[in-house]
Every structure is written in structure tokens, then in C-alpha cells.
Design a protein around this ligand. Structure first.
Ligand code: ADP
Ligand code: ZN
Ligand code: ZN
Length: 752
């Protein structure tokens, strides 16, 4: 064969060799494109100094017709594009990386594992203010401190000017006086200026430190019971190396106390702790428990926080001034000066998996991060996921068990009520109503749990059978009486209540089934002398609203709570002694293979609310399926055996955790588009991994889009990921795919 390269290649080689001393910046942008972009250093930055730029720094670059913020991934000497085709970057925002080595590695892993563009993953890991190009520092304020000369003066040196003397005294007792403090001491700024003129003080800028207060008198730890002690004895020697622990303890067994004592040791070793909690698990009480215990700054991170505060928390964790960060999913990416352990509370909770965009699992990410940081990670739950149980059985995780309630509380009594052929009043049996009445009469509290918010699931015409369907989704619209509207909980569309049937004009519109509002109305009627408090996402848009709402509950008044799963976790109500589960049936027969697992979690969590202190608790569970294996197991207290059975079933059908899954979704505005795309994709990959579909999603139409999905499955994790990489590349370049919204969901939790 003749050794002869094509002309263009020779030209390229020459070009590249001419630019051998060139520095090329490889930059990640927040775009759906799964690639980085090459730029030349900004004008005025030599190739030499460009090589010293740190990956993880932000750089603005020209992109299309606009300017975009990017993150430097690498400084290279060569590009696959000729250097004269490359544009110059515009501005370097950070001299150092915004990412620690471990978080950088975590992002690389996540982009790879979740098959999501690196640029999106990196930006996702930053607080919004940093994504917007703001400086990575706390808000600054003006402040004054004494000069050496000033420090040397006698205490009464300025007694001739009372205001200057006042400020001088203040400056002698503290490091500096901020503008705020000046104001509250009613000292004029000119007074400070005068001290500066005299050379006694100097003006400088100092960060405004957040509002986080430090508790001067932390409470002492509880004396641990033997099982808690065994857990702590296993955990403490594990500090300083990577290992995963699963703390499986029934509700009220004192898991939080174990977290607190582990953290206490971490803090004693001058390290920090990260606690991840489910979205609705971060209650003010949870936070208060941590603040009461430790004399360090405890910062909560959640989606309701203003962006400035989020950035401040990020900074405080990074510079080590925050000892403890408690946060929801995205807190996983918080940088720490010295992280000592990660705790994932309620590890089974669905909200740890992001369901949109970057579909990562914060629980699994926490384990990866702990591995990268070489620290232990503790997963806690009363109802661990089957995945974690399996990892416990196979000894990858160390299981620590707390099988009894801590302190004085006893497990609640469970009464499974067969309501077949019973007369129900708004869904409640006579027995349940009587139990509620007795509880209130005793001056205690009861919770009625129903899994649907709104007044009623839907409206129906009694004359012609018309139902209020959403015209954009395959779903019924929920009736909300307060707002006098029909609301689709899937696409958020709202419509006014029709005065009569839109189909036959009849006036006899009736409600079907019931939601929290209707139940609330009926309970108000029946228990007139007691407050009835409804808690669902319609009334708890803000955290403070929730606190206000729950005040009678915390004050220990006899009252009745009506709520959705918002109430199922996190709360500790000492006087709540009765939980009524209105309908256990709907979750028992679900199309999703995780359906029964989720139902078990929900029932056990809700039941766990009853009888948390010295008062005995009782759970009344209404069902039409009293012989369902899960309910039998709950009654016989053999849920552990039932979980074993569930695992055996998963094994038999080769479902997770015995296999690995991904769901490739395609939503299109025209009916067959997404399905056709997925069918072509399937034909390319089905020789390498098992596929199922394309099938319409359980809700085939949502928000006006037709939804299809292709399930890809393999017993071999790396094979699954090879196939997904291939799918990802193919979808990126396919012309039709560009008109379709597609996504890859690795380890999908919600098959809808
Ligand atoms: P979990 O987190 O498992 O639901 P908690 O840690 O909230 O359980 O404990 C439940 C209750 O038991 C709390 O009121 C807590 O103060 C109390 N408690 C926990 N551990 C002990 C202990 N060792 N001695 C006495 N009371 C305890
Ligand atoms: Zn009608
Ligand atoms: Zn809808």
C-alpha cells in the first residue's frame, strides 16, 4: 500500500504543528449536546498562562450569536478543528476551580452513568447564582477595625468625643464593626470616618455572614439503648474510610439519635457532615433537633431558599464555617472543606431521584461521593428499598438494625378493617369513626390519611355519564371546591366548574370518589367541637404556612388531621395516637413492578406516625382486600418475610435489583413519531440487551404530547451502559430524533 495521506490531512497536520505551542480550551456548556467545545484563550492571555488555567473555572465564550457561560474542562495542545477556525474565549471568571477534585469526579461519573451531557451536569452542580456568572463569594459589606496604632491607645483616649469614644470602645471589644452594627448602635458613619482620619481605624470589606446562629448551650446526648450503641460502635471506627451502612430501624426507633451521635464524633474530629433528606422530610423540627444538639453552624438547603442564601450556604460549607449541611437532593453537590460522613435519611424515598432533566439519584450519588471522598455513608430507613436490602444481604452494605422503638413508646396496634359490605360515610366505616371520636374525647389527636388531594377525583354527569377529562392528558381532572375549578394534576391545566353537563346540559353533576377536601368537609360536620386540619400540597405552598397550620398539633390540643403523604414522614407528633388509612387498596394492584413495595413503604410510614411518645398508638387500615399478602404480613408482623418473598419474585422475573434497567422515553406532538423512533432504535440495540417496547407510557398522553417508552434491561451493568452509549450517540445524530423530546432514565423509579 502506498504511503500517501490525503491532501487535506497533510494540510491539517501542518496547521496543527505550527500551533503546537497553542493552548486550546475545551469548554463544557449547558446544552443538550453531548460534547465539549474548543476555544482559543481570551485575547491577551498567552498560551503559557492559559495552560495554568484550572479545569472547573468559569469562562464566557461566544456561542452562535450570543455569549455563553462555560466551564473549562481541559486545556489541550491540539484540537480536531484547525486552530484558525476556533474562536477566542471572552473572559475568565474564576482563577481557581469551583469544583473540588471529588465533586469534579462525581460529575464526570454522573454524566457517564446517567448518560446526560457533562455541561448540564456541571452547571446543575452549582448554585444558581454561580450558573448566572456571579462571583463565588459572600455578599460584602463595609466594616471598620482598629489599626495597630488604635489598638495601642488607652481605653479612655477619646473621651472628649462621646460618639467616637463609644465606637472606639466597641472596636476594642470585637474584631470589627460592620455598617449594620454601626447603624444599630446609632453611631453615624462620619464618626467612623473621623477615626479613620485620625489613623486609629481602617475601613475594609467583609462578607456578610448568614443568619445562621450558633447554639451556645448544646443539649447533651441521650444514653443509647443497646441496639443504638451497637450501631455507633460499628460506625465510629469506620470514619476515615469508605463503607456503606444501612441503618434499618422502625419508625421511632431512634435512628436520628444515631445520626446525631455519629455527627458528634465527626465534628470532634474537626470534620463536617452532610445529611440528605427527602423533599418533604426537612421540617423545622428536624432542623431544630440538629441545632439544639450542636454548637456549630447548621445550615438547611432546600428549594424554597432564596438564591443568595443557597450560595452563602455553599460558601460556608466550602470554607468550613458550616459544620453541618442538611439538604434535599441537590445538596449532594455541596463542596466541603473536610467532609467526614454522609447520611441519607429515608433512603427509599422517591424524591431522591430527580424525575426531570438530569435524572440522577442523590442516594446513589451519595454512595459514589463517599467512595470518592473515602468516608462512610449511612443510609437510614424504616422501610429500606429492595436495592439496599439486597446489597445488605450480599454484604456489600453493613446492616445495622434497630428493631424496637426507643424511649418509652410501644409499637402501635394494627387493626385491619375489612370494609366489604360495610356502610361507609364519606369512605369511613362506623368503626373508624368511633375510634376517631374516642381519641378526640380522650384529648388526643387523630390522623386520617387519604392519598388524594382535592375535593373529589372527578366530576360526572348523573344523566349521561360524561366525566371531566383533561383534553391534554389521558386523565380525569380533579375537582377543587375552594378554587371552584377542575384541575389536572398532570399538566396543571385549570378549568372553571361547569354549571351543567357540557355534553347533555343536565344539571345533575355529581362527584366521584373523594379527596382530602371532601373528607375534611365531612369530618368537620361530624366532629364539630374539634379543629379539623387539612394538610396537602394545596394548603402548604410555603413552609411557614405548614408550621402555622400545625400549631394546634404541636401545642397538643385534641384535633383531627386530614392529609396526604405529606404527613407521612418526618413529623413527630407526641399526642397523635390514632391513624386511619381510608383506602389501602388502590396501591395494592399497580401496573408498576414497584407498586407493592411503595405501598408497603407508605403504609408503614403512615402507621409510624401513631403513638410516638408515652401514649399508646393505634392504626386502623380500611381495605376491600384483607387477604392481600402485604396486609396479611402487616397483621402477622411478618413484613420481613414478605420482603424476602418480594425479593424472590424480583429474582424470578429478573427485575431490579437482579438486573439493571433504563427507560428511553420519546414524547412527540404527533401520535406515531416517538413510537417510530424508538422502534428504529430498538432494532439497532436489541441484539445486545433485552428490550421491551416501544410501548405507550402508562399515561399515554400528557400535556398534549404522545408519550412512548422503550425499556432496556440487562443482568450485566456494563453491557447495559454500552448499549445506552450507543443509543445516546444514535439519537444525537438522527434527524428525526431532533423533532422529538427524548430522554434516557437510568435506574428509573417511576415507570410513568
Ligand atoms: P427515628 O429517627 O428512628 O424515627 P427518633 O430518633 O426520632 O427515631 O427517636 C424517636 C423518639 O425516641 C424521639 O423522641 C427520641 O428523642 C427518643 N429517643 C431516641 N433514642 C433514645 C434513647 N436512647 N433514649 C431515650 N429516648 C430516645
Ligand atoms: Zn350529561
Ligand atoms: Zn392534563
Amino acid at each position: 500500500m502506498v504511503d500517501c495521506a490525503p491532501q487535506s490531512e497533510i494540510a491539517n497536520q501542518e496547521l496543527n504543528s505550527t500551533f503546537m505551542n497553542q493552548a486550546i480550551l475545551s469548554i463544557a456548556l449547558a446544552t443538550p449536546l453531548r460534547r465539549t467545545f474548543d476555544y482559543l484563550p481570551p485575547a491577551g492571555i498567552s498560551a503559557e498562562s492559559a495552560t495554568r488555567l484550572q479545569p472547573g473555572a468559569r469562562i464566557t465564550v461566544p456561542f452562535g450569536h450570543s455569549e455563553r457561560l462555560g466551564i473549562l474542562v481541559e486545556v489541550k495542545t491540539q484540537s480536531e478543528y484547525p486552530a484558525n477556525k476556533l474562536k477566542e474565549a471572552i473572559n475568565i471568571l474564576d482563577q481557581t476551580s469551583l469544583f473540588s477534585h471529588e465533586i469534579w469526579q462525581l460529575c464526570l461519573w454522573a454524566a457517564d452513568y446517567y448518560h446526560y451531557p457533562l455541561g448540564e451536569v456541571l452547571f446543575n452542580a452549582l448554585p444558581v447564582m454561580l450558573r448566572d456568572g456571579q462571583a463565588a463569594r459572600a455578599k460584602q459589606q463595609r466594616a471598620w477595625r482598629l489599626t495597630t496604632h488604635g489598638k495601642g491607645l488607652p481605653q479612655t483616649a477619646l473621651s472628649r468625643s462621646p460618639s467616637q469614644q463609644q465606637l472606639f470602645q466597641l472596636l476594642l471589644t470585637q474584631d470589627f464593626v460592620s455598617r449594620e452594627q454601626l447603624k444599630s448602635a446609632e453611631i453615624k458613619p462620619t464618626t467612623a470616618k473621623n477615626l479613620v482620619t485620625k489613623g486609629l481605624a481602617e475601613e475594609f470589606e467583609t462578607p456578610i455572614t448568614g443568619t445562621s446562629k450558633i447554639n451556645p448551650e448544646p443539649e447533651t446526648s441521650l444514653a443509647l439503648n443497646p441496639q443504638q450503641q451497637a450501631a455507633i460502635t460499628a460506625l465510629i471506627p469506620a470514619l476515615g474510610k469508605f463503607h456503606t451502612f444501612l441503618l434499618q430501624g422502625v419508625t421511632g426507633s431512634g435512628k436520628t439519635e444515631v445520626y446525631l451521635q455519629l455527627i458528634s464524633e465527626v465534628l470532634a474530629q474537626k470534620q463536617q457532615a452532610l445529611i440528605l433528606v427527602p423533599e418533604i422530610g426537612l421540617t423545622p423540627q428536624t432542623l431544630a433537633r440538629f441545632e439544639q444538639r450542636f454548637a456549630c453552624s447548621v445550615i438547611a438547603l432546600h428549594s424554597g431558599l432564596p438564591e443568595r442564601q443557597r450560595l452563602d450556604a455553599w460558601l460556608a460549607a466550602r470554607d468550613g464555617s458550616a459544620g453541618i449541611i442538611i439538604g434535599t437532593r441537590s445538596a449532594l453537590f455541596t463542596p466541603f472543606k473536610s467532609l467526614g460522613c454522609i447520611i441519607v435519611d429515608e433512603e427509599h424515598d422517591l424524591s431522591f431521584k430527580q424525575q426531570e432533566g438530569f435524572r440522577y439519584s442523590a442516594r446513589d450519588g451519595a454512595i459514589k461521593r463517599a467512595q470518592l471522598e473515602n468516608i462512610p455513608v449511612l443510609l437510614g430507613s424504616a422501610t429500606p428499598s429492595l436495592e439496599s436490602r439486597y446489597n445488605g444481604l450480599s454484604k456489600r452494605y453493613t446492616v445495622l438494625k434497630l428493631s424496637e422503638r426507643a424511649g418509652v413508646a410501644n409499637p402501635p396496634g394494627l387493626n385491619i378493617l375489612d370494609v366489604r359490605n360495610e356502610t361507609l360515610t364519606q369512605g369511613l366505616s362506623q368503626q373508624a369513626l368511633a375510634a376517631i371520636g374516642q381519641t378526640l374525647q380522650r384529648g388526643e389527636q387523630a390522623l386520617v390519611f387519604i392519598n388524594r388531594r382535592g375535593y373529589a377525583p372527578t366530576l360526572m354527569c348523573h344523566s349521561c355519564g360524561w366525566t371531566a377529562d383533561c383534553n391534554r392528558c389521558d386523565a380525569r381532572m380533579t375537582l377543587h371546591l375552594g378554587k371552584k375549578c377542575l384541575h389536572c394534576h398532570h399538566c396543571d391545566q385549570k378549568r372553571p366548574l361547569p354549571p351543567n353537563c357540557p355534553s347533555c346540559q343536565s344539571k345533575s353533576l355529581i362527584t366521584l370518589g373523594q379527596g382530602t377536601q371532601k373528607l375534611e368537609a365531612s369530618l368537620c360536620e361530624q366532629f364539630k367541637h374539634f379543629p379539623v386540619i387539612r394538610v396537602d400540597s394545596d394548603v402548604t405552598q410555603s413552609k411557614s404556612a405548614m408550621q402555622e397550620l400545625l400549631r394546634p398539633v404541636h401545642q397538643g390540643e385534641a384535633c383531627l388531621l386530614v392529609g396526604t403523604q405529606l404527613l407521612a414522614k418526618g413529623h413527630d407528633f407526641p399526642r397523635l395516637t390514632l391513624v386511619v388509612i381510608v383506602d389501602a387498596d388502590s396501591g395494592l394492584y399497580s401496573a408498576d413492578f414497584r407498586g407493592t413495595e411503595r405501598t408497603a413503604q407508605l403504609l408503614l410510614q403512615v402507621s409510624g406516625r401513631a403513638g410516638r411518645a408515652d401514649l399508646a398508638g393505634q392504626v386502623v387500615l380500611q381495605t376491600h382486600q384483607p387477604d392481600h399478602p402485604l396486609l396479611l404480613a402487616l397483621r402477622e408482623k411478618t413484613t420481613e418475610d414478605w420482603y424476602q418473598q418480594l425479593l424472590a419474585e424480583r429474582k424470578l422475573f429478573s427485575l431490579p435489583p437482579y438486573s439493571y434497567m433504563a427507560l428511553i422515553r420519546a414524547d412527540s406532538t404527533r401520535p406515531q413519531q416517538g413510537e417510530a423512533l424508538l422502534a428504529r432504535l430498538r432494532d439497532r440495540i436489541d441484539h445486545e440487551a433485552r428490550t421491551m417496547g416501544p410501548l405507550p407510557a402508562p399515561m399515554a398522553r400528557r400535556g398534549g404530547r404522545f408519550r412512548n417508552q422503550l425499556l432496556v434491561q440487562s443482568e450485566n451493568r456494563s453491557r447495559l451502559h454500552r448499549v445506552l452509549t450507543e443509543a445516546e450517540q444514535w439519537l444525537e445524530q438522527d434527524k428525526q430524533a431532533r423533532q422529538i423530546r427524548w430522554s434516557i432514565d437510568v435506574d428509573p423509579q417511576d415507570m410513568g
